[in-house]
Design a protein around this ligand. Structure first.
Ligand code: AMP
Ligand code: MG
Length: 403
């Protein structure tokens, strides 16, 4: 077992556990939002499938309309109309026009469109107060070219990409199975919300903040409830958990006599590392139980969330083969001082303004103050032994799940 690792060493070891492939399943488009593509998608169509009009107006021959202006309109004869989806059957000849509506194919013979705002209809004729232009024609394949790959294995299916898959003609998509992530809370004092709180008790908040984090990262949370600080209870619950891709425990990984998670994993599993030089989340533990990777998260509500965000989330991204990075650090100017720690990398909670490139503290930075994770939207990263003064530039990691 390794101990007292740097954040970077710990992350590398966690990611190394994300081995093997998740299975693939096929889902209809309506169920594919937020999933990760398991196949490359080449467009089945050209879009548009022929030159079409980007505006409502009149399709005609550009050369017939040269010089048209408010004082000197050009008169064309309207020989028909073509709404989107109803191509005009004939051909546009000299001095002729077809009324076209956005998305309609450009009729044969026409090579330009004049916008309806620049025209006035007069019975069978139309007066043009501006020349027609080819600018408002969308060429065939402007958006999508048949056979070209636009979405790739590992791409997260965002709203725009779901629409794109539909536009390419796919009714169903192959996506990676969502990783099943067990969430087990430990602690004699931990009580489910809804039950009466005994003296010294604390409601099980970790299970639910972790549930949200797992969902947000594309995993399927499996709530395993809570167990008391007794090795038999921890073991029994783990054995009954069913197939998982990752197990999260919260609590019981510190130095204390009652920190049984660590003891159980030492005896029954294999501890890869324990303790990272960071704050919050220093007692983080990585183990294997059978083939199952286990992240032993510290019990303090902020610590468990921060460690999941920094390690569990990248693990799930890796397992899912996601092509987007799990987080994107940026720089901001500190509006308040932030306190570092000796020998440890520190993650304070802050309120980041992306527009102003500033960040201020959420206030009380104790690992037990969950409000900082409910209303903060960024982690302020301080290297070991470094405080940040007001006005200084600091590194921040936006919390992707906060609006
Ligand atoms: P531990 O890591 O077990 O030493 O717990 C550290 C602190 O986190 C203690 O104050 C616990 O009461 C608290 N805690 C542990 N588990 C949870 C939980 N599931 N929900 C909320 N707080 C917890
Ligand atoms: Mg405990």
């Amino acid at each position: 077992m390794r101990t007292n690792l740097s954040v970077e060493e710990a992350l590398a070891l966690v990611l190394a556990e994300a081995r093997g492939e998740l299975g693939v399943e096929e889902v209809p488009l309506r169920e594919a939002y937020g999933r990760v593509l398991a196949e490359d998608l080449a467009s089945r169509v050209d879009h548009p499938d022929q030159d079409d009009t980007a505006v409502d107006g009149y399709a005609c021959r550009e050369e017939d309309t040269w010089g048209a202006s408010g004082d000197n309109p050009v008169r064309l004869r309207v020989i028909g109309e073509s709404p989107a989806g109803r191509p005009f059957a004939g051909r546009v000849g000299k001095g002729e026009a077809v009324a076209v509506y956005t998305g309609a194919p450009i009729p044969p013979g026409a090579n330009a469109v004049v916008r309806v705002e620049d025209t006035r209809r007069e019975g069978e004729d139309v007066l043009l107060f501006a020349p027609a232009s080819p600018k408002d024609i969308r060429p065939k394949g402007d958006d999508l070219k048949r056979g070209e790959v636009y979405l790739r294995r590992g791409d997260l299916l965002t709203p725009g990409r779901l629409g794109l898959a539909a536009a390419m003609g796919y009714p169903r998509l192959k996506v990676f199975r969502r990783p099943r992530v067990g969430i087990l809370s430990t602690g004699d004092e931990v009580v489910e919300p809804g039950e009466p709180l005994p003296f010294g008790g604390v409601y099980n908040s970790n299970a639910y903040s972790l549930l949200g984090l797992v969902l947000e990262a594309g995993g399927e949370p499996v709530l395993l409830g809570k167990v008391a600080d007794r090795p038999e209870e921890v073991l029994a619950r783990l054995e009954a958990a069913g197939p998982l891709d990752l197990l999260l425990t919260s609590g019981g990984v510190s130095m204390g006599e009652y920190d049984v998670v660590r003891k159980v994993l030492e005896e029954r599993g294999e501890v890869v590392f324990w303790k990272v030089k960071q704050q919050p989340g220093g007692p983080l533990l990585l183990a294997r139980l059978g083939g199952l990777p286990v992240l032993g998260l510290p019990g303090n509500p902020v610590s468990s969330m921060v460690t999941f965000f920094l390690y569990g989330r990248p693990f799930l991204f890796r397992l899912l083969g996601r092509t987007d990075p799990p987080y994107r650090p940026l720089k901001a100017r500190a509006l308040t001082p932030f306190k570092g720690a000796k020998g440890k990398k520190v993650f304070r909670r802050g309120v980041l303004s992306v527009a102003e490139k500033t960040v201020r503290s959420t206030g009380n930075q104790s690992s037990g103050v969950l409000r900082s994770m409910a209303f903060g939207n960024a982690l302020v990263v301080l290297p070991p032994d470094q405080d940040a003064r007001e006005g200084e530039e600091v590194e921040v990691i936006p919390l992707t799940f906060v609006p």
